[in-house]
Design a protein around this ligand. Structure first.
Ligand code: FAD
Ligand code: FES
Ligand code: MG
Length: 284
């Protein structure tokens, strides 16, 4: 068992952070990589990014949003309990190079995915401008951690309850207009956010990386479930990615593929909620 040693809730209980005992993964994981977890022997295989590591204590950090049956089941796991299996690190690590000035844009749990990448880009000598956003103040995560790894941190909320009122794309436009020397953008968050950030950076001719989240099963390039079209070619996000050139990604196809099993996912979540009672702490 991969034991949970620390657990906390963020964004009004919709986002959960777990530090797990996984010493081998903690030693090897690099920014941009992910793990696949199962809570128990009947559990689905769920890919989650390695949001941070503590190799000395042999711990890895995962941060996930509760969106359906398996993440709701994960939410029920408390300190001292754990996951039956955790495999990884999987995927290609981020290519960290010094380009000068970099803009990192994170939305929702994409902020957790962004954290080790922004830190890595800064460690190799880049000036990192980070833009993070959420629907409202209560849903914004990791502000302090992102501030610690950024030269400049800009915050946006859709409803204006904190930071600048508006979308991260509006702020991205402002930053790119004022900083003609940005050499790289990294945009990670919900698919529509990444799509619109990429349209924006294309206008400014700034190379852009995105981290894709197609449905995955084995995570090792064998099932083909995670196919994404990039520059007209079929790629497997689990082994070729999850990061790709955002200007070449077919986001519309990705959106359609992510919706393939909506009816089954809804049924399974409804059954889970019914079985666990409507007032339990494990779902929102
Ligand atoms: P469901 O109701 O089953 O699904 C909700 C939606 O999640 C689906 O409509 C579908 O779009 C997507 N989904 C369902 N099953 C899978 C699957 N097996 N693989 C991928 N997507 C699926 N989420 C986070 O909150 N934090 C992270 O750090 C994070 N990192 C990820 C890294 C990678 C490489 C990938 C591919 C996905 C990542 N995700 C992350 C998304 C996370 O895996 C899904 O939210 C989760 O699988 C949903 O499972 P569920 O049973 O709770 O919800
Ligand atoms: Fe099976 Fe990528 S998840 S090939
Ligand atoms: Mg599921």
């Amino acid at each position: 068992m991969f034991e949970i040693v620390e657990r906390s809730e963020m964004a009004q209980g919709t986002i959960i952070s777990n530090w797990l005992r996984a010493p081998k993964i903690a030693k090897k994981a690099l920014p941009g990589q992910f793990v696949i977890l199962r809570a128990n022997e009947k559990g689905e295989r769920i890919p989650l990014t390695v949001a941070d590591t503590d190799p000395e204590r042999g711990l890895i950090n995962i941060i996930y949003m509760v969106v359906g049956k398996s993440t709701a089941l994960f939410k029920t796991l408390q300190v001292g309990q754990g996951y039956m299996d955790v495999i990884g690190p999987l995927g290609q690590p981020t290519h960290l190079e010094k380009v000068g000035k970099v803009v990192c844009v994170g939305g929702g749990t994409g902020i957790a995915v962004m954290h080790p990448i922004a830190r890595g880009l800064r460690q190799v000598g880049n000036h990192v401008i980070t833009i993070i956003g959420a629907r409202s103040k209560d849903l914004l995560i990791l502000e302090d951690k992102m501030r610690a790894v950024s030269d400049e941190l800009l915050i946006c909320t859709d409803d204006g309850t904190y930071g600048h009122k508006g979308f991260v794309t509006d702020m991205l436009k402002k930053v790119l207009t004022e900083n003609k020397d940005v050499g790289l953008a990294v945009c990670i968050g919900p698919v529509p956010m990444m799509k619109f950030c990429c349209l924006m950076t294309k206008e400014f001719n700034v190379k852009t990386l995105v981290s894709l989240n197609p449905i995955m099963v084995d995570g090792t390039g064998m099932c083909g479930c995670c196919r994404v079209r990039v520059g007209g070619e079929m790629k497997f996000a689990c082994v070729d990615g999850p990061e790709f050139d955002g200007h070449a990604v077919d986001f519309d196809e990705l959106t359609l593929r992510l919706r393939s099993y909506l009816a089954q996912e809804k049924l399974s979540y409804d059954q889970f909620k019914a079985a666990h009672g409507h007032n339990c702490a494990c779902h929102t």
